[in-house]
Design a protein around this ligand. Structure first.
Ligand code: AMP
Ligand code: MG
Length: 396
């Protein structure tokens, strides 16, 4: 996958207001416009002191100033002399000469004097100027997803607008003679199209623009015409028609169009039939039509490629870990991603299967909040074992 990510051309750029850029992909470097913090910052409410004055406890110090957050430099004492302290608030600048802040909890104030009952190390409760970042340092590089912390950084350096990559257009094409549009009342042996919508929701969630094409029948001419239409987008996602059935025509039609296939099939369940390739300079995925397979294979295979197209720096898929709530038995040979429910707080994360009835069971998947990953060589996993879980697509 990474080898393909390297070959993609960078998307176009646009300038957005800071908040509108949240969730998007940064297209410009963002540097520190000053030191961070710009002044030695008190991290606690208390007294700015010289740590050496607190060797004998309790220590009595003269309070020579009160420093609010935002106080101008001329409001600060020029220099704290021996046995002097300044009352100080969180976020205020420490005066010259002070090398620590004692928390207010360890002090007793007697008018212009303060009794300190606890020693401090030099540097304690002070964040030195420039310790988080130096002026001109690179803070955010192009290809970064603008999450809340990145938005905070941009705000802190005064960027009220950001240059981001333009959204990529991802065509979504569902196939199958049994599949009808959502608005249509299905015949007795027909089903409504859910794959186009789950895929479009996933595409949207990761920050690309889905384009839904009409359902393609299992008939080569119409299928070909719709594939050609889809190839006008930045990438084409097909769902269904890639297994071994007589009317699974996706691979055949793509081959006729001159497609290059990078892989066909993956040793996973759900999602075994799957193709990834390129035709007419566009990447495509032929994902399995079983709805849960479609969702899982999007997350495992299509998402990283679309993210690379969007200009994001490649990153490994993120798996979380939890303890298995009750024993799981499966057949070996395929790596499994089974709809599951993770619960429990902090270090007590527990996961259990959502109780599904196969790769078509969207109801169970809707009840789940993740997929339990079962290695291909495990027949039985005991309750209490640590297992990997793949989160569902995270919405931005
Ligand atoms: P296929 O991959 O075409 O063999 O389809 C596998 C299974 O997924 C079949 O049971 C299909 O009816 C079902 N399926 C295919 N496409 C869709 C779709 N767009 N929405 C919901 N189910 C589908
Ligand atoms: Mg089909």
């Amino acid at each position: 996958m990474e080898e393909h990510a390297g070959k993609l051309s960078a998307p176009g750029k646009e300038q957005l207001e800071l908040l509108a850029a949240a969730g998007r992909v940064l297209a410009e470097p963002v540097h520190a416009d000053r030191d961070f913090p710009p002044f030695p910052r008190a991290a606690r409410d208390g007294y700015a002191v010289r740590a050496a004055d607190l060797i004998q406890l309790p220590a009595e110090l003269d309070v020579v100033a009160e420093i609010r957050a935002g106080a101008a430099p001329e409001e600060l004492p020029e220099r704290l002399a021996a046995k002097q302290a300044a009352a100080i608030m969180t976020g205020a600048a420490c005066p010259p000469g002070a090398d620590a802040v004692v928390m207010v909890e360890y002090s007793r104030r007697h008018e212009e004097r303060v009794e300190i009952t606890r020693a401090v190390q030099p540097g304690e409760n002070i964040v030195p100027a420039g310790s988080e970042a130096k002026k001109d340092q690179l803070l955010l590089s192009p290809g970064t997803r603008l999450d809340e912390a990145a938005i905070a950084v941009a705000a802190s350096v005064g960027k009220s607008q950001l240059q981001v990559y333009r959204k990529r257009g991802i065509a979504v094409l569902a196939t199958g003679d049994e599949v009808v549009e959502v608005e249509t009342k299905p015949g007795p042996n027909q089903i409504r199209n859910s794959n186009s919508y789950s895929l479009a929701a996933q595409v949207q969630a990761i920050g690309a623009e889905p384009l839904l094409l009409p359902i393609a029948p299992d008939e080569p001419h119409r299928l070909r015409a719709l594939i050609e239409k889809g190839l006008q987008s930045d990438l084409l996602l097909l769902a269904g028609g890639v297994s071994m059935g007589k009317y699974d025509l996706v691979e055949q039609v793509l081959s006729e169009l001159g497609a290059e296939f990078f892989f066909t099939g993956a040793q996973i369940q759900p999602g075994r039939p799957l193709v990834f390739g390129r035709v007419r300079d566009k990447y495509f995925f032929g994902l399995p039509g079983n709805p849960v397979s479609t969702m899982v294979t999007f997350e495992l295979f299509a998402r990283p490629v679309i993210e690379a197209l969007m200009g994001l720096k490649p990153r490994p898929l993120a798996f979380l870990h939890a303890r298995l709530k009750s024993e799981v038995k499966t057949k070996t040979g395929l790596k499994r991603f089974l709809p599951a429910i993770v619960s429990g707080e902090f270090e007590n994360a527990q996961v259990e299967l959502a109780g599904w009835h196969g790769s078509g069971d969207i109801a169970a998947t809707a009840r789940s909040n993740c997929y339990l990953v079962i290695p291909e060589d495990r027949e039985r996993i005991a309750a209490g074992e640590w297992v990997a879980i793949l989160p569902k697509t995270i919405f931005y």
